[in-house]
Every structure is written in C-alpha cells, then in structure tokens.
Design a protein around this ligand. Sequence first.
Ligand SMILES: C[S@@+](CC[C@H](N)C(=O)[O-])C[C@H]1O[C@@H](n2cnc3c(N)ncnc32)[C@H](O)[C@@H]1O
Length: 252
Amino acid sequence: MIDDAFMAAVNELSVPEMGTDATAPLLYWLIRTVRPQHVLEVGMGYTTPFLAQALRDNATAVDLERSRLGDPAAAELQPLAHAEYYEQPYRPRLVCIDRMTDPTSSAPRALKVLDDLGLTGVCTVVEGDMTGAGERVQQELGLIDFAWIDTWDTLAFVREYWQLINPAGGMLAVHYLMTYPQGRAILHYLKSLAGPEGGLEITNLREPHRTGQNSTTLIRRIRDYVDPEDLRPQGTANDPTGVLDRFAGGGR
Ligand SMILES: C[S@@+](CC[C@H](N)C(=O)[O-])C[C@H]1O[C@@H](n2cnc3c(N)ncnc32)[C@H](O)[C@@H]1O
C-alpha cells in the first residue's frame, strides 16, 4: 500500500520537471480500481513503483476477498462482490520499457527502488527502445489491459501497440498531450481510432497549475466490452434502484 515507508522509498525517483507527482498515485488508484492483469509502462521513473505496488496490492485484496466469499460476516465489507469475478485467477504482470539513456530521467534508479520495496518480482524490465519491442511485450502480456505511456513517441507507440490494447475495456493512459499543437494533433488522431462504431471512451485530465507536462489522457477501448452486469439475468435483483421496474411498468 502507499504508506509513509513507500513514499520515503520512492522519493528519490521524484523529478519535478517530469510532472508525475500527482499522476503516479492517480495511476496507482486507477489500477486498484479497474484491476487490470496485464500492464505496460513505457517511460520509467517515479511512476514505476506505483504501478508495481498497485498490482501487488490488488493480488493481496483478491486473495482476501476470495477467502471471505460467502461469509455473512464479511457481507458489509464487500456488498457488491460478484462470486463469478473470483472464478478467474488474478495473476498480474507488469512490463516496463525504458531505453535508460535520458540523463534527466530517474528510470535507471527505479530498479533499485523496486528491489528495496520487494517489487522486483512483479515487474519485467525491458531495457531498450519500445520501437521493435512489441513482439516481446505480446509474448509477456498477450493483450494489454492497462498501458501508461510517458514518452514523446506516442504516435510510434500507437502504430506498433494499438492492436495489443484489449478491445474489451483495455485502458491507455498517456501523459501530456493537451496543451501544445503536436500533442493535440496526436489527440485528434487517437479520437479517429474510435471508428464508426465509436469504440473508445476518452477523458482528458488537465492539471491547470502546471506550465508543462500538465495533462493525462485516459483512453478506454470498448469495441468488444460487455459489462458483466449485462450477462446476468435482468430483474429486480439486478436493479437495486428499481429504475428498470419503473420503465417496465410504463413509468412512475
Ligand atoms: C518523461 S520520462 C518518464 C518519467 C517517469 N514516468 C516518471 O514518472 O518519472 C521519459 C522516459 O522515457 C524513456 N523513453 C523515451 N522514449 C523512449 C522510447 N522510444 N523507448 C523507450 N524508452 C523511451 C526515457 O529514457 C525516459 O526515461
């Protein structure tokens, strides 16, 4: 978890110009929320231990929840738990790519911090250029459920890796596209990937207090996404608000 010891350990990776001091915990909580299994980072540094820790904490949480399934005493702790969710194993994997040649980046130091935090086993580090590494990533991860891209080469990433982003809900978080012409052109291009069937959700998070590195864009591929709720029998048991009943009854 993100506690004082974790924050003390990652502090040496902080490079204020990289602008990820708020984004790193945001990524942690996104991963804690959507629980991806196959995660990719391109552009290592301060963010890296947050991604690895989130996957480690997810695995711990899944084990605990699974052990409490069906225990009435635990109902309050997990009021929305779906037993079906726990039928699938949760075996998260993280691949982190960095060419380790940027003297301003804390990427090379991230390896030691991962080690200090006992997170080395969570993460496969690929030292080299992301261009040409797509096949290796596919071997390691298969389809990608969550990718964090923090380089200037978003277009090159999309060209090689787009087909690896899971079309059934896979998320791509891209740093710093909103506030300069080249970034906005990339955003425009990303929106065009939705296709006529509208297979994308896009949210831009602007950090108004920063002059640079001041946004993160979240893109979710939904072409093949089916909400697990929609696979369940419809009815009042699946509709705690009663809204569906009112429609079925013709109003009110
Ligand atoms: C902005 S820094 C990453 C900052 C980091 N996420 C953080 O929170 O501190 C960009 C990193 O991407 C790496 N990088 C840039 N282009 C790359 C490429 N084409 N392939 C692999 N790594 C690349 C650089 O070496 C650098 O470490």
